[in-house]
Design a protein around this ligand. Structure first.
Ligand code: CP
Length: 305
């Protein structure tokens, strides 16, 4: 039995296989419409979500399976003090696979250690979000036609942005990628990612505060929201939340084939005025989330067409 807790639980070959499978689903969705017939996905979301939860649900329904679960801790027995691992063991009696989001880093890993069914980490605190990373990789592959040889800028809340952490970990295994980290000093990338991932592999990266100076060099810009829910002090959030706003003025500095990604939800960091520019990929990215999750569910349930 396999779980997906960290993107490194998948080899590069497996990630490439999932992307190929998702591309095939996009081409011929009807071929996959019954492959999970009789199977159930449980959604255990202890933290709010729109894209991840609903794309998981849509993915299982489009595979012919069914979905059960809860979308907040308050409506589950977690509110009575039940542990994550007890909840998981019980839900494993009712479902074949579980997608879990939790505000505590490591909660899906703790659940997986006691689970009888595959656990998918659908986001744990400010730590990891491996299925968003699969979504991002499918989007980069679709938009750029490759997963290597580009310069990518990560901008915004690089400290708490779990999608950033997982994506860097995944991209570190592909060749010839230059990383630019754009953030205020308070929201810099955690040291453990720099030392354990980037420095350990001798990868090239720069850290800067101003976006303008680097925009003309970027092939991909990965914008992020300042993660209000992870701040201890509201005054700090208010001071930092609008540090970066990507708008038409910024777009003038960018390459014609820049790809702008954002895991969403956005707040103010990308102006809606650029949404219809061909370089704005974030709604296509959200759409890709369903197809790659279909491929992942099939892999973990060991079903095929
Ligand atoms: N990208 C993402 O995880 O969005 P949700 O929080 O809406 O699931």
């Amino acid at each position: 039995m396999r779980h997906l807790i960290d993107i490194k639980d998948l080899s590069v070959q497996e990630i490439d296989g999932l992307i190929q499978c998702a591309e095939d689903i996009i081409k011929d969705p009807l071929k996959y419409a019954q492959v999970c017939r009789g199977k159930k996905l449980a959604i255990l979301f202890f933290e709010p979500s729109t894209r991840t939860r609903l794309s998981f649900e849509a993915a299982m329904l489009d595979l012919g399976g069914s979905v059960l679960g809860f979308s907040s801790a308050e409506t589950s027995s977690a509110s009575k003090g039940e542990s994550v691992s007890d909840t998981t063991r019980v839900v494993g009696c009712y479902a074949d696979i579980i997608a879990m989001r939790h505000p505590k880093e490591g909660a899906p890993l703790a659940a997986a250690m006691k689970s009888y069914v595959p656990i998918i980490n659908a986001g744990d605190g400010g730590h990891n979000h491996p299925t968003q990373t699969l979504t991002d990789l499918l989007t980069i592959k679709t938009e750029k036609g490759r997963l290597d040889s580009f310069t990518i800028g990560f901008c915004g809340d690089l400290k708490f942005g779990r999608t950033v952490h997982s994506l860097i970990s995944a991209l570190s295994r592909y060749k010839n990628i230059k990383y630019v980290f754009i953030s205020p000093p308070e929201l810099k990338l955690p040291d453990y990612i720099k030392t354990d991932v980037l420095d350990a592999l001798g990868l090239e990266y720069t850290e800067i505060e101003r976006m303008d100076e680097v925009l003309p060099e970027l092939d991909i810009l990965y914008m992020t929201r300042v993660q209000k829910e992870r701040f201890f002090n509201e005054a700090d959030y208010i001071r930092l939340k609008d540090t970066y706003i990507f708008n038409e003025e910024k777009l003038k500095l960018a390459k014609d084939d820049l790809s702008i990604l954002h895991p969403l939800p956005r707040v103010n960091e990308i102006s809606p005025s650029i949404d219809d520019d061909k370089r704005a990929c974030y709604f296509r990215q959200a759409r890709n989330g369903k197809f790659i999750r279909m491929a992942l569910i099939m892999k973990l349930l060991e079903v095929s067409v």
